[in-house]
Design a protein around this ligand. Structure first.
Ligand code: ADP
Ligand code: MG
Length: 305
């Protein structure tokens, strides 16, 4: 029996509630063999489009109160967690298997002094006119940014995860054989202030949060499921080549030559390298549709120490 962290990308969730429910059936089917084998499983998921929708719904409506970004993140964890629980429970009912499954609303500690807070980089929410953007800056202290001629958008920081506040809860649930859904959307970012924890307006990269989770819970393997079958070097060029098995040393070399795109493949590579370096255990980046093969290390890119 092994312990796995499985990280799901945005494509596993679709663009609205109906689509999400449908797509998660396939995710549940892919994960089912591991559930049946009684492995310990923590599922981490993205929430970019979902938290964007929630945030937008509150900020566009004059009849709802201001909703801080951390609270929007918590809502997205709840609603995506509900759909993942429901999809897995239905597969288990169909196959007459019983295992408890729980979603943990997860806070992830970040460092107030993380340099990312000085350079907010993640655009969220709608596009606004220059006048309205200035108003928002003055009223709420937002950082607004001109986004490629399309208008002004709010940008927030993307600090690195330092610790998982609910780690003891997650470990207890795993020891009781629960399938656990946690750190959705990279977790709700919190900092320590005056001896307490408070939510901050930021987004933690879900790939980095998955790697931190895998390290903290002592996972035997980290699986990052995404839209491509492999990590490629010379991606999207005639020299493109799929990597099937790669070491940290080889990846260092590829990193120096910018083979992985910032904001998409690079955070996955960095996150996997952090986990592999910290634990000496392997990490796999694979396609969601090939998850069953990837869990047997027969598909995807395996990153070795
Ligand atoms: P997720 O929602 O799973 O986090 P992302 O879109 O953020 O997915 O990242 C995966 C995407 O990264 C792939 O679909 C691919 O388009 C892109 N990508 C960039 N560089 C590479 C590379 N070197 N090898 C493979 N995919 C790459
Ligand atoms: Mg991504």
């Amino acid at each position: 029996m092994s312990r796995y962290v499985i990280s799901l990308g945005g494509n596993a969730l679709g663009n609205n509630a109906e689509e999400q429910k449908k797509l998660l059936k396939y995710v549940a089917l892919a994960i089912y063999p591991l559930i049946e084998m009684n492995h310990d499983i923590v599922i981490v998921h993205g929430n970019g489009p979902q938290v964007g929708m929630i945030n937008l719904a509150f900020s566009e409506s004059s009849s709802t109160p201001m909703m801080p970004f951390a609270e929007c993140g918590a809502m997205s964890q709840g609603y995506i967690g509900f759909h993942i629980q429901n999809a897995i429970q239905n597969i288990m009912l169909e196959r007459h298997i019983k295992r408890p499954i729980s979603t943990v609303v997860t806070q992830v500690l970040v460092d107030e002094k993380d340099p990312a807070f000085q350079h907010p980089s993640k655009p969220i929410g709608a596009f606004y006119s220059r006048e309205y953007a200035t108003e928002l800056e003055e009223k709420y202290g937002y950082t607004m940014f001109e986004d490629a001629g399309r208008g002004y958008r709010r940008v927030i920081a993307s600090p690195k995860p330092v610790d998982i506040i609910e780690k003891e809860s997650i470990l207890s649930l795993l020891n009781d054989k629960h399938i656990v859904i946690a750190a959705g959307g990279g977790g709700i970012p919190v900092i320590i202030k005056d001896g307490g924890l408070i939510g901050v307006d930021a987004v933690i990269d879900k790939d980095h949060a998955s790697a931190k989770m895998a390290e903290i819970i002592g996972a035997d393997e980290l699986f990052i499921l995404t839209a491509v079958e492999n990590v490629f070097i010379n991606y999207n060029t005639p020299e493109q080549k799929a990597l099937t098995s790669v070491t940290l040393k080889e990846l260092d070399e590829y990193l120096m030559h910018d083979h992985f795109k910032k904001g998409s493949m690079l955070p996955k590579i960095e996150a996997c390298m952090n986990f592999v370096r910290a634990t000496n255990k392997p990490a796999v980046i694979a396609q969601l549709e090939k998850a069953v093969e990837a869990f047997k290390q027969k598909s995807g890119t395996i990153i070795h120490p």
